[in-house]
Design a protein around this ligand. Structure first.
Ligand code: NAP
Length: 298
């Protein structure tokens, strides 16, 4: 039985891996894809991670990954299908094998939330996207819309403004939620047309997206729509093990959950500010808690 299994290799999981190496724990990182820090990989410009004035998410992710590998972390590429409480620890069952450890750091992050509008499912991959940096290029020189008012929506609108003929930024309120400096950039960008206090009722088209029906009755002609209405934490595998709260794993700064030896780190846990920097801090805190827990067991 290992000391620790780190589930997930986003910023929280990779930071935990570096700290676990330094703590000389016997551990493994299980990841679905190498560097599966979903949201970070989809961010084209990061200007608030200390030491990197301006960097894209992929480059920063690879830098994190290389650091964790150099520190001696072992990675297993496999999809976790379930986690079970066993005597003295946890069994993590994956598609290709399984692994047991005294503790788990659960750092599986989050995925984009669906809008729930009519037509969204039908046109997924045919004009509806959840990742501007992945799919933006398909809409070069064409009109697109971004739905949402948080950091991701603002970033997506700015990214698409470099590529598309025009970008409608559709937000349900009259005030954005995202960072002020992003708001400032969006407001100054002539290609971005903001539709405040507006909701999308239906995504329409024949075989692909052709227009959006808005709640004021207008029909907006667009070829692509980027949904950026928040995140859904990947809590499914923690259900039944520890308590969840409002769709997140209930855990404070220490990462301690309601289950002994089961710690949560990064966007998956209840917290105020979801940033790369706070996820990196979470990884460090969770390993500290793991060490304390293991010391008490001896
Ligand atoms: P978010 O901050 O939760 O914002 C979601 C936005 O979508 C809000 O403006 C919300 O409107 C809107 N929304 C939610 N449900 C909706 C619906 N059904 N219809 C229409 N609009 C809807 O989510 P996010 O932008 O995806 O960001 C996720 C987390 O990652 C945040 O904590 C964010 O700070 C963080 N992040 C940080 C950075 C960075 O530091 N550079 C970059 C990306 C993401 P309301 O405002 O009315 O609620």
């Amino acid at each position: 039985m290992k000391d620790l299994i780190i589930a997930g290799s986003g910023p929280a999981g990779l930071s935990a891996a570096v700290y676990a190496s330094n703590a000389m724990l016997d551990f493994v990182v299980i990841e679905k894809f190498p560097m599966s820090g979903g949201q970070m990989l989809n961010t084209y410009e990061i200007n608030n991670y200390l030491g990197f004035e301006l960097v894209d998410g992929f480059t920063l992710g690879q830098t994190f990954r290389a650091h964790a590998e150099k520190s001696g972390a072992q990675f297993v590429n496999d999809e976790i299908t379930s986690i079970e409480k066993i005597d003295g620890g946890y069994r993590v069952i994956c598609g290709k094998g399984e692994c047991e450890a005294k503790t788990v750091i659960y750092a599986l992050g989050a995925n984009p939330r669906k809008l729930g509008a009519k037509g969204e499912k039908d046109f997924a991959g045919r004009g509806v996207s959840y990742c501007a940096t992945c799919d933006g290029n398909f809409f070069r020189g064409r009109p697109t819309a971004v739905i949402g008012g948080g950091d991701v929506a603002l970033e997506d609108a700015l990214y698409l403004a470099n590529i598309c003929s025009e970008v409608y930024l559709i937000h349900r309120r009259d005030e954005f939620r995202g960072a002020k400096y992003l708001q400032d950039k969006v407001l100054k960008n002539e290609k971005i047309k903001i539709l405040y206090s507006t909701q999308v009722e239906e995504i329409r088209g024949e075989n692909k997206v052709e227009s959006l029906l808005l709640d004021n009755g207008d029909e907006l002609k667009v070829d692509g729509v980027f949904v950026a209405v928040g995140i859904e934490a990947n809590t499914a595998l923690a259900e039944g093990i520890c308590e969840l709260e409002n769709g997140f794993v209930k855990a404070g700064e220490s990462g301690e959950t309601t289950a002994e030896g089961f710690f949560a780190a990064g966007d998956v846990r209840t917290k105020r500010l979801r940033q790369i920097s706070t996820s990196v801090g979470d990884g460090a805190n969770a390993v500290h808690s793991v060490e304390e827990f293991l010391n008490k067991q001896q």
